[in-house]
Design a protein around this ligand. Structure first.
Ligand code: ISL
Ligand code: CA
Length: 567
């Protein structure tokens, strides 16, 4: 394998710094806290750590609203702390990847402060400023330049009273969109990226990077169900100049660097066809996409309407991505991140009798696919969704805005709370559970977000001490990616795609074959009638199981049992 493709054998661990480890008792995780946990990450065996944003920020969207790209928010530490983190991570063979949020800045970024100051400010054109819709008084209902809804509810435009024009914000009103049509904007972003690489980081996770090119002039979108607002996504997802911008960024930032860096594009609404273009190594755009198809399958008419995913749909989606990127391109593999509910609660079972087995099953299934796996902090412990009681427990801007608007519109409060319990991003953001001491060992002060009450049982200290824990299962599956080339490089074939509870596939590479058999249910599952040619596996080796050693490799699967076989 060429050194340029090292990321295909790597496992990434995502840290949400605010919730990982607090070092100074203010209840908020920080960079010195991360440094103090590097030994834990080394023991887990991950190759790369991706940090959610720690830059200077008013924290309207927990740091995804950046006011200074080249400094660290005092809440999280200092640039000197980051230098120390880079050095100490590298000493353990762990690379550090930073979040790059350049579709938008904070409204408190000096660029936006200047831009909004007057219509003829030189930076006016760095953002999307437009007058009100023809014939509409600024500030009246429907006067926004387009009808787009923002991702965090309400119109995607805000009126600036001083100049009488609107600015675009696809996310919160404190996250104005940068105008990538302006070459000065692009050069300023690239210069900032080079500055970080020169400082020693190993790459970027690029936030909503497939939204930076918009269709001009910005058109209205089709009306959303039961709404006066429209869906703008066809006009800014994978827009007309996106490939040009990414290639320009590559040439200006990454080309000619002594070491191959990591680039991952977070891309909501990316199709497999787009993904091939984005990740074809010959095109010099990004190494892999982070796509959302499989985490959208359990979402109904609107994003707060969730049900249990049908396993057949999940297999069809993940399987299609495996096939489509088999020859050219590369994908990320993940069950959760800081925006998603906890995997074991969503795709597995967090019932006490099944939690450990199903968390291990999810690890086995995901990590045995082709692609680069991501472990989100706490996933390796089988951390669960949080039992939020009241509206006041929800802190995330997306959840708060949804609650306020839905209640104002006369929605049923109990139903709205039930939707939030299933879907709120707060589920992923409760403090990391380190041990059974107060606040789960996360902080000596009051944590910014409630600690999950199950921490006395589910915590890292207990998991590290128990060879049968979810943690050690993750450690093993990560180690296998490093020692068994078939996992990173083999072909993928789905088996029994229409079976409602069996997730099974083979991987093959240079004469080695692997078989994954996973029972996504609490009932026993006989394999004989389901998997063809199973006899050929009766003498195979069990590389990894989650319910002890079976009587034979092809014996019926127990509840949430997952086996990895090799022949
Ligand atoms: O979280 C979502 C739905 O619950 C997504 O719509 C999410 O907003 C989208 O995937 C983009 O996410 C990224 O950019 C956002 C930020 O709030 C997210 O945390 C980040 O991962 C804006 O920067
Ligand atoms: Ca702190």
């Amino acid at each position: 394998m060429s050194d340029d493709l090292w990321f295909r054998e790597a496992v990434v661990y995502q840290i949400y710094p605010r919730s990982f480890q607090d070092s100074n008792g203010d209840g908020i995780g920080d960079v010195p806290g991360i440094i103090s946990r590097l030994d834990y990450l080394e023991q887990l065996g991950v190759d790369v750590v991706w940090l959610s944003p720690i830059y200077t920020s008013p924290q309207d969207d927990n740091g995804y609203d950046i006011a200074d790209y080249q400094d660290i928010d005092p809440t999280f530490g200092s640039l000197a702390d980051v230098d120390a983190l880079i050095e100490q991570a590298h000493a353990r063979g762990i690379r550090i990847v930073m979040d790059l949020v350049v579709n938008h800045t904070s409204d408190e970024h000096p660029w936006f402060v200047e831009s909004r100051s007057s219509k003829d400010n030189p930076k006016r054109d760095w953002y999307w400023w437009q007058p009100s819709r023809d014939g509409h008084e600024p500030g009246t209902v429907g006067a926004e330049p387009t009808n787009w809804e923002s991702f965090f509810s309400g119109p995607a435009w805000d009126l600036d009273e001083a100049t009488g024009e609107y600015y675009l914000h696809l996310f919160s009103r404190k996250q104005p969109d940068l105008n990538w049509e302006n070459p000065e904007v692009r050069e300023a972003v690239y210069a900032m990226m080079r500055w970080w690489l020169d400082r020693g980081i190993d790459g970027f996770r690029m936030d909503v990077i497939n939204m930076i090119s918009k269709v001009i002039p910005l058109p209205d979108g089709a009306l959303l169900p039961m709404s006066q607002l429209g869906d703008g996504t066809p006009h800014f997802l994978n827009g007309p100049r996106i490939h040009e911008f990414l290639q320009e960024m590559h040439a200006s930032v990454f080309e000619g660097r002594p070491e191959k860096l990591l680039t991952v594009g977070e891309m909501p609404g990316v199709t497999v066809e787009d993904a091939i273009l984005y990740t074809d190594p010959a095109r010099n755009e990004v190494d892999m996409v982070f796509q959302f198809e499989h985490v959208g399958l359990d979402i109904g008419a609107h994003k707060w309407d969730r049900s249990r995913v049908d396993l057949r749909d999940l297999k069809a989606s993940l399987g299609r991505w495996q096939e489509a990127l088999a020859e050219v391109g590369w994908n990320s593999l993940y069950w959760n991140n800081h925006d998603q509910p906890r995997a074991v609660s969503r795709f597995g079972s967090d019932a006490p009798e099944h939690r450990v087995a199903s968390a291990k099953l999810l690890a086995t299934v995901l990590h045995l696919h082709r692609g680069t796996p991501y472990v989100y902090q706490g996933e390796e412990l089988g951390m669960t969704n949080v039992p939020f009681a009241t509206a006041a427990d929800f802190l995330d801007i997306e959840s708060v805005n949804y609650y306020d608007l839905a209640v104002a519109a006369g929605g049923d409060v109990e139903q709205i709370l039930a939707n939030l319990r299933l879907g709120s991003r707060d589920n992923a953001r409760s403090p990391m559970q380190w041990d059974d001491s107060a606040n789960a060992g996360f902080s000596t002060g009051k944590p910014w977000s409630a600690t999950n009450p199950n921490y006395p049982e589910i915590n890292a200290a207990a998991a590290v001490a128990d060879q049968d824990s979810v943690f050690h299962h993750y450690r093993r599956v990560i180690e296998l990616r490093h020692t068994e080339p078939t996992i990173a490089h083999g072909d993928f074939t789905m088996i029994a795609p229409n079976h409602p509870t069996l997730y099974a596939f083979t991987r093959s590479h240079e004469g080695t074959e692997l078989l994954v058999l996973a029972n996504f249910s609490g009932d026993d599952l006989a394999l004989a009638d389901v998997v063809e040619d199973l006899d050929g596996w009766s003498d195979s080796t069990l590389l990894l199981g989650n319910l002890g050693t079976p009587t034979s490799p092809t014996a019926p699967l127990g509840p949430w049992e997952a086996r990895l076989l090799k022949r």
